[in-house]
Every structure is written in structure tokens, then in C-alpha cells.
Write a protein of this length. Structure first.
Length: 461
């Protein structure tokens, strides 16, 4: 082994990269990968036997809501980061809402960093907010290292994070363009979704299917088209959050075709659940945009396999059970957010690798490499390579398990995936050379560190 004694040696696993798979050992020292190759020798403090396992780069989940400070009773960095680690995630990026105050200025950013440091089990980045009155705050937030700015084009669901109109979005895109930081948009037409919801409720149509149909695919496509048009004019980098339909992906692809720098994410729930599941499961499966039909699920998988979808993120958006079960029969009143941070990789392995023969290298791209690149965390994160952080997910592809509520590390153990059987399980998660999760156990002390944005950008231009 080159350069002295290793702290950790992962031996005998099959390493998965976007380029393919190979059997090799991984030597790590001081939290960094120092050597990758077959049959590495030399002294080592800790050795992990990965024989029969596949070794993936630790997942980068750039879209979670851990809600701290201010709404720790919803989740929090301690519980949320443990759930992420149990799912093979070694880096997360926390959204600027639903914490209180939201991360729309420097003081709120620093307060959130202070709360996460020493509490989060794995490393983290932070989003900044783009709201109607804070475009002058964006350069300072960029200097602090936010990974992106988030804007809502429809109501956010919380009073302290208003949506932007077209003027505020355009001016925010111009300001963001000057920093080089992407703007992520929740892309749904507020006029359409708000109007259809108000009409349905006024007519007493308040069920799960009524909710889903109040947020039609055309509302997503229209908003993506509008945001991309504004981004192209502003010269800004655009990222479309949680796209729920192949039509939405295609709208972004058309703008890429004329040179707009726009990337697209979708979520495991859009790749595996449908509107019928919302009706069957109730508010635990409510989200915005809503779940679609089986044809849309297959269309998203096709575009993921083709390389059109850039990343798959959890959009973990938890809430206490009381907010998921409001009194009465008004489905519109339930909190809209899915708890799924722990299940991204099992869903993709079950539905993608085993169910549709999506190559493992493609799954690595959408869960690690591409998110790290787009949000300025590469080459430190998102790859297995000498010089990168020793962030690894050791996976048993054949292991089947049924997810039970007792298996969840969330503050509130509910999820639409409870009761589902998965094929492909995370056995060990390594964060900067430390084992933080091992088959049902959290190990080690919280040592998650802030990751300011830097590195090479993933662009579709």
C-alpha cells in the first residue's frame, strides 16, 4: 500500500462507477480514498470484507427537508441524517424551508450551520431561498457557499416562504446568474393549481383523486416552460425540482436543445407509486406535484435510462402524524410531503436494476455523480477515486427485505413504502472513512460537516 498505513480497507467488493464495474479494494486514510486496486496489501487499522457485495459511491441527496431549526418536531438533523445513512446516503443538501426562519439571508444560514454541525451524522450542504423580497441577499448567500437557490412558482404550503411571481423569478435568476449558483424551481402553475383546488373544494370534491386532478400535468409543463424561458433570457442555470411526468422532462429537454442550461430531477415515489396508491394509502402518499398514472411511471423510467433525467432525489418532506391526518375528509388539508430519505436506493435497485434492467452505473450517475457535479460538490463527493472523500455504500443486491415502520430512523416512522418488499439492501455505509451504519445499527458520533459549493459544474448547454 502506498504512503503508509490505512485507516480503513474495504476488501473484495465489486466497485460500481458510471463507467462500469470491477473487483477491487479501496484504501482510505484520514477520511480520503488513497488507493483503489486489486489485492491491496500493507497495514490497516480496520478492514471491511465486501466479498459478494457491490460498492457504490455514497449517495448524494440534494433535496431533503430536515426542518431545523424551528420545526424539529417534524424531523431534525439527528434523526434525518441517520435515516439517510441507513439508506446509503453520505451527503445531503437541506432545503431553505420548512425551517424557521427559512434560509433566505446570511443570519439564517449561519444559524442552520450551527444547528447541523455536531448533530448531523453525515456531511451536508445548504440551499438558499429565493423569495419575492430577497434578491439582494443572493450574492452574500452564494459567498457563504449555498449549493443553489430555491423558488416556488406555486404556493409552498408554509406562510413564511412565499411563491415568486414572474418578475421576482426573473430578477432572482438575473441575480443568481451573476453568482454562478443554480436556481431550483418548484414548477407548477399557481393560477391553475390554485384555481382548480378552490373550485374542487367549493363543490365538495375533497378526496385524494380530486387533489391529484387539481394539479394536472399541464400545470407542471407550463411552469417548466416559463421558468426555462426566463432562465434563458437571464443567462442563469436552472434546475427543475421533483419532475413528476415525462411531459415535464420533455419540456426541459426542448430548452436544452436550444442551449439553455437546465437540469432535471425526479423522485423515487414518481418512479414507483401512482395516483391509485394515493387513494389506497391516503395522505402518507400525498405530495406536490402529485403522483401520476402507470404510463407516466414508465415514461419516467424510459427517460432515466436514456440519460435525460439527471438525478433521482428523495424530496424527503416529513411531518408529524397529526398533520398527515387532519380532521374531516378534506384531503387538501393534509400536509403534502413524502417521507422517503431512507428508501431511495432500495426503490431504485428493486424497480430499476431488477425490475427494468437499468445498469448500476446509470443509477450511480443519478444518485451520486450528477448531483455532486450540479451542486458544486464534485470531485470531493460523488465518486470512488483517489483523492475523493471515502464515502461508500456497500450493497447486497440479492438481499430481500420487507420494510417495517420499526426499521425507519425518522422522527415519525411513517412512509408510503412501509409494507413493501425490496430486493437490494444497504449493508454498510461509510462516511469519510467512518462506518456510520451497519445492517440496522447506527455507529459512531455525529461528525457531519458543511460542504460549501465548489467544483466542476454539470451542465446541459
Amino acid at each position: 500500500m502506498t504512503g503508509g498505513r490505512a485507516d480503513l480497507l474495504v476488501r473484495g467488493g465489486t466497485i460500481v462507477t458510471p463507467a462500469g464495474e470491477r473487483r477491487a479494494d479501496i484504501a482510505c486514510r484520514a477520511g480520503v480514498i488513497v488507493e483503489v486496486g486489486p489485492d491491496l496489501g500493507g497495514e490497516t487499522a480496520v478492514e471491511l470484507d465486501a466479498t459478494g457485495l457491490h460498492v457504490l459511491p455514497g449517495l448524494v441527496d440534494p433535496h431533503v427537508h430536515l426542518n431545523e431549526p424551528g420545526r424539529e418536531d417534524w424531523e431534525g438533523f439527528a434523526t434525518g441524517s441517520r435515516a439517510l445513512a441507513a439508506g446509503g446516503v453520505t451527503t445531503f443538501c437541506d432545503m431553505p424551508l420548512n425551517s424557521t426562519p427559512p434560509t433566505t439571508g446570511a443570519a439564517a444560514f449561519q444559524r442552520k450551520v450551527a444547528r447541523a454541525t455536531g448533530t448531523a451524522l453525515v456531511d451536508f450542504g445548504l440551499w438558499g431561498g429565493l423569495v419575492p423580497d430577497n434578491r439582494r441577499e443572493l450574492p452574500e448567500l452564494a459567498a457563504l457557499g449555498v449549493v443553489a437557490f430555491k423558488a416556488f412558482m406555486s404556493a409552498s404550503g408554509v406562510d413564511d416562504y412565499p411563491a415568486v411571481d414572474d418578475l421576482a423569478l426573473y430578477e432572482g435568476l438575473v441575480a443568481a446568474a451573476g453568482t454562478g449558483v443554480p436556481v431550483g424551481v418548484h414548477a407548477e402553475s399557481d393560477v391553475m393549481t390554485g384555481g382548480l383546488a378552490a373550485r374542487a373544494r367549493a363543490e365538495g370534491r375533497c378526496g385524494a383523486r380530486d387533489y391529484c386532478r387539481s394539479r394536472p400535468i399541464v400545470a407542471e409543463v407550463e411552469a417548466i416552460t416559463r421558468a426555462a424561458c426566463l432562465a434563458a433570457e437571464a443567462g442563469a442555470r436552472l434546475h427543475v425540482l421533483h419532475v413528476s411526468s415525462p411531459q415535464g422532462v420533455d419540456a426541459a429537454r426542448r430548452w436544452r436543445g436550444v442551449g439553455t442550461d437546465v437540469t432535471v430531477e425526479t423522485c423515487p415515489h414518481y418512479l414507483t407509486l401512482t395516483e391509485d396508491d394515493v387513494v389506497r394509502l391516503g395522505p402518507v402518499a400525498k405530495c406536490a406535484p402529485p403522483l401520476r398514472g402507470a404510463a407516466e411511471v414508465e415514461g419516467l423510467w424510459q427517460r432515466l435510462a436514456e440519460g435525460v433525467i439527471d438525478m433521482v432525489v428523495s424530496d424527503h418532506s416529513p411531518a408529524p402524524p397529526a398533520l398527515k391526518a387532519p380532521p374531516g375528509d378534506d384531503f387538501f388539508a393534509a400536509w403534502g410531503g413524502i417521507s422517503g430519505a431512507q428508501s431511495t436506493l432500495p426503490v431504485l435497485l428493486t424497480e430499476g436494476y431488477w425490475g427494468r434492467r437499468v445498469p448500476l452505473g446509470r443509477l450511480v450517475e443519478v444518485t451520486a455523480t450528477n448531483p455532486a457535479r450540479r451542486f458544486g460538490l464534485f470531485p470531493r463527493k460523488g465518486q470512488i477515486a483517489v483523492g475523493a472523500d471515502a464515502d461508500l455504500a456497500l450493497v447486497d443486491l440479492d438481499r430481500e427485505f420487507r420494510l417495517e415502520a420499526a426499521d425507519l430512523w425518522y422522527r415519525h416512522p411513517h412512509s408510503p413504502y412501509v409494507g413493501r418488499t425490496f430486493r437490494g439492501a444497504v449493508v454498510v455505509t461509510v462516511s469519510r472513512g467512518r462506518v456510520v451504519y451497519r445492517t440496522g445499527r447506527i455507529e459512531g458520533l455525529p461528525d457531519g460537516r458543511l460542504l460549501p459549493r465548489r467544483g466542476k459544474e454539470l451542465a446541459h448547454a
